[in-house]
Every structure is written in structure tokens, then in C-alpha cells.
Design a protein around this ligand. Structure first.
Ligand SMILES: Nc1nc2c(ncn2[C@@H]2O[C@H](COP(=O)(O)OP(=O)(O)OP(=O)(O)O)[C@@H](O)[C@H]2O)c(=O)[nH]1
Length: 312
């Protein structure tokens, strides 16, 4: 059976960053590995950020693997089996993924003989634990509850209070998971390998409700509904001040409740990678040329025209 390793976590938690690092380190160099990237929006930015990691990437966009895209996912897994026959599949689901349905999906008669979940790793952004996590508690607890192992990301930006709150939250929802600082794991190749070898401490076949998978009962996906995604092609180039004002607008809620934004943008004629999540952003010059200058925003009540005003 082909092992599937799932890297889950809320929007902007650090899943792609972690995956990119382990792939560039060659942690799976001896294996034939493929990655399935699932983006909630129409454009798969993460697959673009992961260009050059040296493994095939299958993209599934415009929805969430665990609900609207079940059929796409099943088809993709069948295709991978026929064409690549990998030793391992890594899956990065969208940041608003619900684990239960994914497990049910793997019980599909066309898959269950060929695939098994090897590990579920949840990446948890500890900086949210300054009180900002409350609106997303359901997503965070779902990720934590099902994980065999939890990687605390952004510890470099966190204070002791955030770390304590994050650990207390984990204990409330999953006292069995092994918990690591993601940066410490990345610092040691052996640690990275161990993460995927042992598949975590929790039993990946057990559902949060205590039953085992394949039982056919339903789980609620209505929590996905409030999120919308907006993608913008940005052909122009911004001045630095103009860019800062735009980002202030994003962070202040002037363009709607934007939780996450990412993409490529030209500032003073130079391409930059922009990453925004939960009121914090980075904007880093990119050396290689990009095909399109485009950003994707995810959140609620996004005022597309106002956000796009930047390029007007
Ligand atoms: N300072 C710091 N930044 C981090 C860390 N991990 C991730 N980031 C940053 O957080 C931002 C979001 O990281 P991603 O890896 O894209 O997050 P993601 O979970 O893939 O996000 P989605 O694609 O929205 O699901 C990026 O700017 C990363 O560079 C960390 O440990 N420390």
C-alpha cells in the first residue's frame, strides 16, 4: 500500500514553507514521491511557490479536498497509481480542510486496497495564540485533534504567553500527539525523516468521534461556506509607498475581512513575493522571473473592486 502523508494546518500556518524545506533538503531523495497540492481558490499559488523542489506536483484547485473536490481527488489518486506508482504521496490540503472526510474518502472501494494514511502532521501557527485564534478555533482544533504530530511554527515570532496558550490548546484537543518546534525539526534531517517514518503517535485510522474510518456518517462542512477567494492579475508596478498603503488597507479591513493573501507583485519594477496572514505580511524580492503577477486573497466579504483599485 502506498503511504500518504498529510501536512495539514490553517491558512498561512506554514505548511508550504515546511514542505519546501524538507524537499529541498532531500529528505525523500531516495524515494519516488509526488505531492498533491490543494488550494481553496482558483489559482494554485502554493504549487508556484514550490517550483523547483524536484518532485511531480498535482494541483487540485477551486475547493477543498475533503468536500467539493472528492471526485477530483479520487481521480487524481487513481491517475497517480497508474502513471507514477510512487513510494509515497505527500498531500497539502487547503488551509480550511476537515480531516474526517478525507479519511472517509480513502475508504472508497477504488482506493482502499492501494493507499493508506501513514501520518498526519498539523502545522500550528503559535502567533495566533495571542487571542486572535478565537474566530478560527474550529479549524485549528480539527487540525490538532487528528494529528499524530504537531509542528509549532513561527516560534521565532512568539512570546512565552503564546507558546503556553498554544500548548494548552493542544493538550485540550489532543494530548497524545507529539509536539515539535518546526524550526528545530528542520534543523535536523534525521528528525524530518523520523516524522514521516513513524507516522506519528496517534492512530491515523481513528476518527475524532472515536469510531474507525469508513462508517459513512457525515461531517459538517458548512464552516467552509463563509470563505471566499479573490484572485487578481496585477499588471502594473507599484511604488513602495503605494504598496504600503495598500497593505495597510488589507490589514485594516478596508477591503473586507482578508485572512490570507499571497502571490507575486511588481514593486518599483521588481517582482516580489508577498505573503500576508492575520495582520502580518512579508514582501521579499524574487530573483527568478514569474509567469504572472497575481495575488490571491482568502477571507470573508472581500470587496474585490476596492482591493483591485491598486491596479486601476
Ligand atoms: N517567521 C516565520 N515565518 C514563517 C514560519 N513558517 C512559515 N512562515 C511564513 O508564514 C507565511 C505563510 O507560510 P506558508 O508556508 O505559505 O503557509 P501555508 O500554511 O502553506 O498557507 P496556505 O497556503 O494559506 O494554506 C510565509 O510568509 C512564511 O514564510 C516560521 O516558522 N517563522
Amino acid at each position: 500500500m502506498i503511504p500518504i502523508d498529510i501536512i495539514t494546518g490553517f491558512l498561512g500556518a506554514g505548511k508550504t514553507t515546511f514542505l519546501k524545506n524538507i524537499l529541498l533538503k532531500g529528505v525523500f531523495a531516495e524515494e519516488k514521491v509526488v505531492l498533491i497540492e490543494n488550494e481553496y481558490g482558483q489559482v494554485n499559488m502554493d504549487a508556484r511557490f514550490l517550483e523547483g523542489v524536484g518532485i511531480p506536483i498535482y494541483e487540485i484547485t477551486k475547493g477543498c479536498l475533503c468536500c467539493s473536490l472528492k471526485t477530483d481527488f479520487i481521480t487524481t489518486l487513481k491517475e497517480i497509481l497508474e502513471s507514477v506508482k510512487p513510494d509515497r504521496i505527500l498531500v497539502e490540503p487547503s488551509g480550511i480542510f476537515v480531516t474526517e472526510s478525507f479519511k472517509e474518502m480513502l475508504q472508497d472501494s477504488s482506493l482502499r486496497e492501494d493507499y493508506r494514511i501513514n501520518s498526519i502532521t498539523s502545522v500550528l501557527d503559535v502567533t495566533l495564540f495571542d487571542g486572535r485564534f478565537l474566530p478560527y478555533e474550529g479549524f485549528l482544533s480539527n487540525g490538532v485533534r487528528h494529528a499524530g504530530q504537531i509542528l509549532l511554527s513561527k516560534c521565532d515570532l512568539a512570546d512565552d504567553g503564546m507558546l503556553q496558550n498554544a500548548r494548552a490548546f493542544i493538550n485540550r484537543h489532543n494530548s497524545h500527539a507529539a509536539v515539535y518546534d518546526s524550526a528545530a525539526v528542520l534543523a535536523e534531517e534525521g528528525q524530518c525523516r523520523a516524522l514521516f517514518a513513524r507516522g506519528g503517535k496517534a492512530d491515523p485510522n481513528t476518527c475524532a468521534c472515536g469510531c474507525s474510518g469508513g462508517h459513512g456518517h457525515s461531517h459538517d462542512h458548512s464552516s467552509h461556506d463563509p470563505f471566499v477567494t479573490v484572485s487578481l492579475d496585477l499588471d502594473g508596478s507599484l511604488g513602495e509607498k503605494e504598496f504600503e498603503t495598500w497593505m495597510e488597507g488589507v490589514a485594516s479591513g478596508a477591503f473586507g475581512d482578508i485572512i490570507r493573501m499571497k502571490g507575486y507583485i511588481r514593486i518599483q519594477g521588481k517582482t516580489h513575493e508577498i505573503q500576508y496572514q492575520h495582520n502580518r505580511y512579508t514582501c521579499v524580492p524574487k530573483q527568478d522571473a514569474v509567469e504572472r503577477h497575481q495575488v490571491v486573497a482568502i477571507g470573508k466579504h472581500i470587496r474585490r473592486e476596492w482591493l483591485a483599485g491598486i491596479d486601476g
